[in-house]
Design a protein around this ligand. Structure first.
Ligand SMILES: Cc1cc2nc3c(=O)[nH]c(=O)nc-3n(C[C@H](O)[C@H](O)[C@H](O)COP(=O)(O)O)c2cc1C
Length: 209
């Protein structure tokens, strides 16, 4: 079967938010929200910061699955720990996520270290250029877009960065989370609201750390 990311409505050059599943050294699965850049019908790039389980696993194994989802709780559980074991599906190599609308298996063919300075200081990332080997579609259709899932994603990015933020920026992170919570609670359903509660609790822990 030909691999064609465009058949999943992905476009060349665009950046998507997905959940990357990798294999830990002890054989257990790891899931984390990550940006994925579509570089062609069968090419993707992950841009990973040092320090995560995902980067350690991708460096060692050179393989991973990308899972496309709009489930706010799946994203939230993937950032704060891991989704429950029942959410993972065992694959020929590693694991995908059962409830993703599509998952694809990728192999790294080229790595490049990128160093630059941004608002958070020195920023070192590794770009993992990868070949998509296989696409598994669990569902035919995308769900309609909602501001609620975008809000949950922004709140999760805010959460994943708050510990690295300089002291004078922490107030900005708190204000941003407050505004996102307002929007999500206005437009979201029960899962979005539960995700925001989890994010809020974890944010209060991380901002002190
Ligand atoms: C929507 C979203 C996108 C993210 N994209 C990236 C990314 O592209 N690269 C990265 O290194 N971290 C990214 N992160 C942060 C990681 O998910 C976060 O560091 C996570 O804790 C890593 O988990 P792990 O240690 O299980 O790999 C993103 C977070 C969110 C919420």
């Amino acid at each position: 079967m030909t691999v064609d990311l465009y058949s999943l409505n992905m476009e060349k050059g665009l950046h998507y938010e997905a959940i990357v599943t990798t294999l830990n050294e002890d054989g257990t699965p790891n899931a984390a929200p990550m940006g994925v850049i579509c570089k062609g019908p069968d090419q993707v790039v992950l841009r990973l910061h040092e320090g995560s389980h995902t980067i350690a696993n991708v460096k060692r194994e050179k393989k991973f699955h990308i899972n496309l989802s709009r489930d706010p709780l799946l994203f939230t559980h993937s950032l704060i720990g891991n989704p429950p074991a029942t959410e993972f599906a065992e694959e020929k190599y590693g694991f995908s996520l059962k409830n993703a609308y599509a998952s694809f298996f990728c192999e790294v063919h080229h790595e490049k270290k990128v160093e630059k300075e941004d608002a958070m200081g020195d920023n070192i990332t590794i770009m993992f250029h990868s070949q998509v080997q296989d696409i598994k579609r669990n569902r035919k259709e995308y769900e309609p877009l909602s501001r609620a899932i975008c809000g949950v994603l922004e709140a999760l990015v805010n959460l994943s960065r708050v510990q690295r933020a300089p002291a004078e920026k922490k107030r900005e992170y708190t204000d941003r989370l407050k505004e996102i919570s307002r929007v999500v609670n206005h437009v979201g359903g029960p899962k979005h609201k539960e995700a925001m509660e989890l994010i809020q609790k974890e944010f209060e822990i991380r901002i002190k750390g």
